[in-house]
Design a protein around this ligand. Structure first.
Ligand code: ZN
Length: 466
């Protein structure tokens, strides 16, 4: 009975771990590696295990850094089931098809150049049909219900409060007379996030695999975040500019619209046209609408009377490419929410290219940005950035609004950990080096909690090693 860490050990992406018990092999997450120049090369490498040896896959949530290599896994021969929460099952339908389209688009783009240079053409990492195949293997489950995955392995998904359907994965393992409970945090959300519930507490574990994205950080509280957004909108209005918000299609976009609905008058949004410029975010909003049973109390109360739901009369859904391009006609007064969240592609790219040379433009960064991505460069205030292969002068005013993160900060992570009985050993994954060492040191020195940083390919024996 053991666990091997294969991903998100060196960074925040590519979540992927193997649990072995009773002669069975379970893959926990199969995320895409993102945000560095080496990412594409790393994603193309063989898995450090054989896809055919996996007996079952368990997926914490839909985000691509947790699910994005599933099409590759199936393309390489995995035919078993993929278990996840019901809403996650619906969301990965949207996310994986989109990821496949991006892979196809990127390789077409590279191949055009390669064809010109007489170089060999490159296959996309995977295609739409590979994503379709994954969806046939997905099995959805409700929160809180334990199910038997394989002999000696029971699974329970608990709400992680990160995005709709996001789960903490509890694994009840039994091999001979040995019983162990392993809890994988998945991505833990902030407490008091709008729409969805707080992370569920878990009492019992023999070992915890813990994310640490913001393990060394403290977010601003929600009210000051709302005030901060209001101030940016007011400033942008007096500057006579546009506001660009690169946002993840799932979670962040819905949360932003919720705040805009609630603060419509306070933020004087009748001065603006709001564009949700992302077919994926529009589809994801529909999934959010379809799962009222997963809402927190406040959103449930609002939803009861449909007229009480936060409404934005000036919200425009930009589905087609023409709709998106037409936004360029707004020289001021447009708030554009578009993907991708880290500005690594998608429609936000052409809005940034058009508007960041203008000092009246305001860019609101409200999610994690990997260093090296365009989003990361904007946060650093770089005066010139490359967009679609061309240098663009950056004179926009960029604001980092940390309080909207879908990830809990150190206080949130500690609040969740304090729900456990005792101090089961913690292995930290899914954070950059500073975040992981920060959280590890905090746990060890302030709480006397045995915590270590998971190393790539490290095996932890769950019977003798704990
Ligand atoms: Zn996530």
């Amino acid at each position: 009975m053991d666990i091997t860490f294969y991903g998100a050990t060196e960074s925040v992406t590519g979540s992927c771990h193997i649990v072995r018990c009773n002669g069975h092999t379970v893959l926990l997450d199969c995320g895409l590696i993102q945000g560095s120049r080496k990412a594409d090369k790393l994603n193309r490498e063989d898995f450090p295990f054989s896809a055919k040896d996996i007996d079952a896959v368990v997926l914490s949530h839909g985000h691509i850094d947790h699910s994005g290599r599933l099409p590759l896994l199936c393309k390489r021969g995995y035919r078993g089931e993929i278990h996840t929460q019901n809403a996650s099952a619906d969301l990965i339908d949207i996310l994986l098809k989109d990821s496949a389209r991006i892979q196809e688009y990127d390789s077409d783009w590279y191949n055009r150049k390669r064809r010109k240079d007489g170089e060999p053409l490159r296959e996309p990492l995977y295609r739409s049909q590979d994503a379709e195949r994954v969806l046939k293997q997905v099995r959805g489950h409700r929160y809180g219900e334990s199910f038997n995955l394989l002999p000696g392995i029971d699974i329970r998904f608990l709400d992680a409060g990160h995005i709709l359907g996001s789960a903490i994965v509890e694994l009840q393992l039994q091999e001979g007379e040995h019983k162990r409970v392993v809890v994988f945090s998945g991505d833990i959300g902030q407490y008091d996030t709008p729409i969805i519930n707080d992370p569920s507490s878990v009492a019992q574990a023999d070992m915890i695999i813990m994310e640490s994205t913001y393990g060394n950080r403290h977010h601003r509280d929600r009210q000051s975040t709302i005030d901060e957004l209001g101030e940016i909108i007011e400033k942008a209005h007096s500057d006579g500019g546009n506001i660009l918000i690169p946002a993840f299609a799932i979670g962040r976009s819905q949360e932003l619209l919720y705040h805009m609905g609630m603060q419509y008058e306070a933020w004087q949004l009748d001065n603006w046209q709001v564009f949700l410029d992302s077919p994926m975010a529009i589809e994801a909003s529909r999934v959010y609408w379809d799962y009222p049973q997963l809402y927190d109390n406040e959103t449930t109360r609002l939803r009861k009377g449909i007229l009480d739901m936060p409404r934005l009369s000036n919200l425009n859904f930009s589905r087609s490419v023409e709709d998106s391009k037409a936004i360029a006609n707004y020289k001021h007064g447009a708030i554009v929410i578009a993907g991708s969240g880290m500005c690594t592609g998608g429609r936000i790219m052409h809005h940034l290219r058009n508007h960041i040379p203008n000092p009246r433009t305001h860019v609101i960064i409200c999610g994690y940005q990997s260093p090296g991505t365009l989003g990361g460069r904007l946060v650093n205030g770089e005066e010139e950035v490359k967009i679609h292969g061309k240098w663009v002068e950056n004179r926009a005013q960029t604001h980092t609004v940390g309080g909207l993160s879908a990830h809990g900060d150190q206080a949130d992570l500690m609040r969740w950990l304090n729900g456990f009985n005792g101090k089961p050993p913690i292995y930290l994954v899914h954070g950059n080096t500073g975040a992981k060492t920060g959280l590890r040191d905090h746990l060890r020195h302030e709480h006397d909690w045995p915590a270590s940083i998971a190393q790539d390919a490290q095996v932890v024996d769950l019977i003798s090693g704990l």
